[in-house]
Design a protein around this ligand. Structure first.
Ligand code: PFF
Length: 465
């Protein structure tokens, strides 16, 4: 019986192991791989970024992913309940709510990026952004995004409509919990991967592509001295793997108790990083082409924030050889890819929050889903104003870098020291073909938290310099 005296239902379950893996990959692979990762690589030293990125993956991404999936499976509950059960004096529930609060901030802006995508998809039918320039389209005529803080007035209707569509899509995908999610991810995982492969082939066969690839893979070593590059790499890994948001805990809580945690986690991490790396070829190949047609060197394109996928890439599409039809097709495919990539990440965030609330308060899941969709939509409206881009940048920078890293430190301390990393490892090793050695405990207890802590201190010092 639950605390209201009703009969406790048995927990929802993924219909199979592969559906869980697909759903987790769906959450991990999203705008972060195709929009955020190449942008971060561009801003943080091209090929040099790949080094901190890989180090962040091994020292923090993979150990934490395994930890969160192991916790979710073990306690069969969303993050707040799982962390409450994990501490001896049950005092760590806050460590479950913190990631969920972070998720909420993220989903509000993630959905506005989905809304931009809806708008671009619609306008790709006429290549509307070629009428002036793609920058005018984005910042001026149509989406009217500006990055000045004062301009909160005026909701932009196209953005609001895109936001409504996004939230309806999210609600539809998770309205019946794990069951409906399972059906959606069968489409939203393979389809964008196929589209990405088409875009990579197109990009690599464009004139000038090789210069872009050289830019992508040639390290600017001096950038490694910059602490922001390292903070960005860790932030990107967490964002990309969807760890430290309580999502993987929630998803794993629907796994049977004898599931294989390490193998599943490694598949998810590998798929996610591979797709980011591959997406880099599509983006940088295209930048190389743009360099040739526009005469502006890649390094001087000064692409910041959202500019890459929403300004520079559309501009390149408008110059593809083969005429208008080809350009329309590639524009449509690109934005369809972004949309289908992003949707299962967006709904995973909502599902993570809903699972946390339902497990803690015993609320009705359907009503909680509907309520969350409404609240998330309302919160996202701030990003649909003229100052949307300004707020997005602030939230993205602080929430993803400083805040996430701090959550990581606390999770490591609580799980590694208070619960015991060794105990958790023995538990997940029992059901796995892939046995992890004591190096994992060493990571969770020392390497991950200390590197994250050091990083945050340096990041703070740098921010206030
Ligand atoms: N991992 C997703 C991406 O790379 O696009 C984004 C994301 C999903 C971030 C879920 C956070 C999250 F909780």
């Amino acid at each position: 019986k639950n605390f209201l005296g009703g009969v406790k239902m048995s927990r929802e379950r993924w219909s199979s192991r592969s559906i869980f893996i697909l759903a987790a990959i769906g959450s991990a692979v999203g705008l972060g791989n195709t929009w955020r990762f190449p942008g971060q690589a561009y801003q943080n030293g091209g090929g040099a970024f790949l080094i901190p990125y890989f180090i962040a993956l091994v020292t923090a991404g993979i150990p934490l992913l395994i930890m969160e999936i192991a916790i979710g499976k073990k306690f069969q509950a969303g993050a707040p309940t799982a962390f409450r059960k994990l501490g001896k004096k049950k005092g760590f529930e806050w460590l479950g709510w913190w990631p969920l609060a972070t998720s909420f901030a993220i989903v509000a802006y993630y959905c506005i990026v989905m809304s931009w995508t809806f708008n671009y998809l619609w306008h790709s039918l006429t290549l509307a952004w070629t009428k002036s320039s793609s920058a005018d389209f984005f910042y001026g005529d149509v989406l009217r995004l500006s990055d000045s803080p004062g301009n909160l007035g005026g909701l932009n209707m196209p953005l609001v409509i895109g936001l409504v569509l996004t939230w309806i899509f999210i609600w539809f995908s998770i309205r019946n919990g794990v069951k409906s999610m399972g059906k959606i991810v069968k489409w939203t995982v393979p389809l964008p991967i196929i589209l990405l492969i088409i875009l990579v082939i197109r990009a690599l066969t464009l004139p000038g592509a090789i210069d872009g690839i050289n830019y992508y893979l040639t390290p600017q070593w001096d950038r490694l001295k910059d602490i922001n590059v390292w903070a960005a790499a860790y932030g990107q890994i967490f964002f990309s793997l969807s760890v430290l948001f309580g999502i993987m805990v929630a998803y794993a809580s629907f796994l049977p108790k004898d599931s294989d945690v390490p193998t599943n986690s490694m598949i998810i991490a590998f798929a996610d990083c591979l797709l980011s790396f591959v997406a880099g070829f599509a983006v940088f190949g295209t930048l190389g082409f743009l360099q040739q047609t526009s005469g502006t060197a890649i390094a001087d394109m000064s692409i910041t924030g959202p500019g890459l996928a929403f300004v520079t890439y559309p501009e390149a599409i408008a110059q593809l050889p083969g005429g208008l039809w080809i350009q329309v097709v590639f524009a449509f495919l690109f934005f369809l890819m972004l949309l289908t990539l992003g949707i299962d990440s967006a709904f995973s965030i909502v599902e993570g929050i809903v699972t946390g609330l339902v497990d803690k308060f015993g609320w009705d899941k359907k009503k909680t889903v509907a309520g969350m969709c409404f609240v998330g939509f309302a919160a996202g409206l701030i990003f649909a104003t003229n100052a949307g881009l300004y707020w997005l940048d602030i939230v993205d920078n602080w929430v993803n870098n400083f805040n996430l890293i701090l959550i990581g430190v606390f999770e490591c301390v609580v799980v590694g020291w208070i619960y015991s990393a060794k105990k958790l490892r023995n538990e997940f090793n029992e059901d796995s073909n892939m046995k992890f050695g004591p190096w994992w405990d060493f990571m969770i207890k020392y390497v991950t938290p200390l590197s994250l802590l050091g990083l945050n201190i340096l990041f703070l010092i740098d921010s206030f310099k």
